[in-house]
Design a protein around this ligand. Structure first.
Ligand SMILES: C[S@@+](CC[C@H](N)C(=O)[O-])C[C@H]1O[C@@H](n2cnc3c(N)ncnc32)[C@H](O)[C@@H]1O
Length: 462
């Protein structure tokens, strides 16, 4: 048994239990997610039982690690001012669960529990060595506690019940370290009871759908890691592109269902680089193409026909008629041009930008901090007549914000608004002077700014 004192309230304690029940991956990294199978509450049970949850722990590596079915029981012993939550692994067959049924990520324990025992004014504090206070000291402490300005004092107790014959487990250093860390993490969560996920995930694409499809696609495409011909990190590129493709495919499937359209979406990937994202989407049945200034080795290795164009995108002239979506994954100098390409193409085309390095419309580097740049992209999108939605993609990269523009800010019949937007774009293009220079060292062409006339909100405001 290990324990700590806390000033957190019972509500805080139950809040952390709730977060850990729903999101077990926060404390058990090999777990992908928890799936709640049933959740039953009892208002008047004789044994102080208040709630039972059955949940499944789904591992990240389903081929290697087993799923664990777990029973979580909540007890409220009001007379002892104790709230107890117990966790037991449950056998998925008729026979009783055994330690060998449990995967490595799950402790070899028959049961473990977390409890919250309110001690203010009710119980005398004793330290871990069972140090006893004298009666006089107890009454003094009671007086202090009565006058205490602290809202609460409670004991947080973590207990474990070993399997028969495995009592030694509890004495191991490993167990003590893990349990100590768990208690510290619990205290951290208690200090921040209003803990919420800081980033916006799973708004457009539900987490479960995403995770399930991601693992299927990851399996299908990870063999490219071994034969990656580029000097870039293969794992990073393969996993990131699989993650982006997963998100796009699920968003597009939902879009198709919502609109009752069976035909799959088409796309143009601008600044497609190694073309791997274009390849995955093509292989998954989406018609589209990738464009980049310079061809990469990978382009010649794809086992299917992938439409990849080696050419410079002239920002002023680009339009993508006949395509449904423009994709800009880390599109550098083209980032702010994508809303313009879309607006000039027509009313129905949509786009997604995953920004990375910050560039002005002129191509010059933008020096402001991230949030400012994101606001700037959003303003630019609005000026092109689109709304923007943000979603942090579930992928191993810090540059994982996706800006999705799939709705216009005017209706298809409001032709005057569209005309004003296009006029503003024309005006903006004419004062943003771009010059094309040949880079003799690399033999490639880059669009760079001759004069920097950066456009402000006022210039193209609508
Ligand atoms: C940071 S890389 C991103 C590549 C790829 N989308 C990815 O995420 O792996 C930006 C790409 O945009 C391409 N690019 C930049 N300006 C371009 C232009 N005007 N025409 C065509 N490609 C351009 C570059 O060659 C480069 O491959």
């Amino acid at each position: 048994m290990i324990r700590a004192f806390t000033t957190a309230t019972l509500e805080h304690f139950l809040n952390v239990i709730d977060i850990w029940t729903k999101e077990p991956q926060y404390i058990i990294p090999p777990v992908l997610r928890g799936e709640i199978i049933s959740d039953e509450t009892f208002s008047n049970s004789s044994n102080n039982l208040r709630r039972i949850i059955y949940r499944k722990l789904i591992p990240k590596q389903p081929k290697r690690d087993k799923v664990v079915l777990q029973k979580i029981s909540f007890y409220n012993f009001e007379h002892k001012k104790e709230y107890l939550v117990t966790y037991e692994p449950i056998s998925m067959s008729d026979k009783e669960i055994e330690p060998s049924d449990l995967p490595f990520y799950y402790p070899k324990l028959k049961q473990f529990s977390h409890s919250y025992i309110s001690i203010q004014n009710t119980k005398v504090v004793e330290d871990e060595n069972n140090f006893k206070l004298t009666e006089k000291e107890k009454s003094k402490l009671d007086d202090v506690l009565k006058e205490s300005v602290l809202p609460n004092i409670a004991e947080l107790v973590f207990n474990a019940v070993p399997f028969e014959g495995l009592e030694i487990e509890l004495e191991s250093d490993r167990f003590k370290v893990i349990w100590g860390k768990l208690l510290t993490t619990f205290l951290k969560f208690l200090k921040n009871p209003n803990y919420e996920k800081r980033v916006i995930h799973d708004i457009i694409v539900p987490k479960i759908n995403y995770q399930d499809r991601y693992y299927i696609l990851k399996e299908k495409y990870s063999h490219w890691i071994e034969k990656w011909p580029e000097s870039t990190d293969p794992k990073k590129h393969v996993f990131e592109d699989v993650a982006i493709a997963t998100f796009l495919i699920l968003m597009w499937e939902e879009e198709g269902q919502r609109n009752g359209v069976e035909k799959k979406q088409s796309f143009v990937d601008v600044g497609c680089g190694n073309g791997f994202l274009t390849y995955i989407l093509t292989n998954e049945g989406y018609f589209g193409k990738g464009i980049d200034i310079s061809k990469r080795k990978l382009w010649d290795m794809f086992d299917i026909e992938v439409a990849l164009e080696e050419r410079i995108i002239n920002p002023r002239e680009e339009k993508y008629e006949g395509f449904d979506w423009i994709i800009g994954n880390h599109p550098d100098e083209l980032t702010l041009w994508i809303p313009i390409f879309a607006a000039k193409t027509g009313y129905n085309i949509k786009f997604i930008i995953i920004p990375c390095c910050f560039h002005k419309l002129s191509g010059e580097k933008f020096t402001e901090s991230d949030p400012h740049y994101i606001n700037h992209i959003d303003m630019h999108i609005k000026n092109a007549g689109y709304t923007s939605e943000h979603e942090f993609l579930r992928m191993p990269s810090t540059k994982n914000l996706a800006i999705i523009s799939r709705k216009r800010i005017f209706s298809v019949t409001e032709k005057e608004i569209e005309r004003d937007i296009l006029e503003n774009i024309e005006k903006m293009q004419s004062i943003t002077s771009l010059n094309r220079l040949q880079d003799v060292h690399h033999g490639t062409l880059f669009a760079i700014a001759e004069h920097i006339h950066f456009f402000t909100e006022v210039d193209i405001g609508i």
